[in-house]
Design a protein around this ligand. Sequence first.
Ligand code: ZN
Length: 204
Amino acid sequence: MYHIMIHDSIGSGRGHRFEGSCNDQRCRTTDARETCEAVPRRTVMTESDAADITHLRRCVELAREAVETGNRPFGSVLVSGAGEILKEDHNRTGSGDPTAHPELALARWAALNLSKAERAAATIYTSGEHCPMCAAAHGWCGIGRAVFATSTPQLIAWLEEFGAPPLPYKPVTMRELLPHVEIVGPFEAFAAEIKAMHERVHRR
Ligand code: ZN
């Protein structure tokens, strides 16, 4: 059921807008200006969908904390298979370490503190899709699922719009890098808020 989550973006009308990536086989959109008519929009939100939104909301709060303490706007939460929040973190690159990403910190914490089965049942939620470094760590540490509010293609478009330096690596999405991990996102409902945080950071 997670495969069609991005077709549930808030709004009215048929189908969904292309949000950078969609793993529904029926989806044919390849461009942000197109609307997918192939995949129907769901109208009922399941309990699991609601939990995902709640955890992503917390990730956005953590991203805001990160910005307020001189870091980049990324926040992440590690959640157990039973739905319990195990660990939270936000970006700490303001320290001078450009690899101080929360998704990497949480994957490492999981490797050191959870069993293999617990990691496989766990989810890392994050405000912005994992970079390839963090996605690789997610794979190495055997975390079963990832849910992100905004995607790497969205971030790239925003950086370009703000005249910010491009990402220092060839962008690879999580779905490309981790085809065996369940990946959910992006969620259009969070895009404007997260974009505004990136704008604030890159124009300061
Ligand atoms: Zn990263």
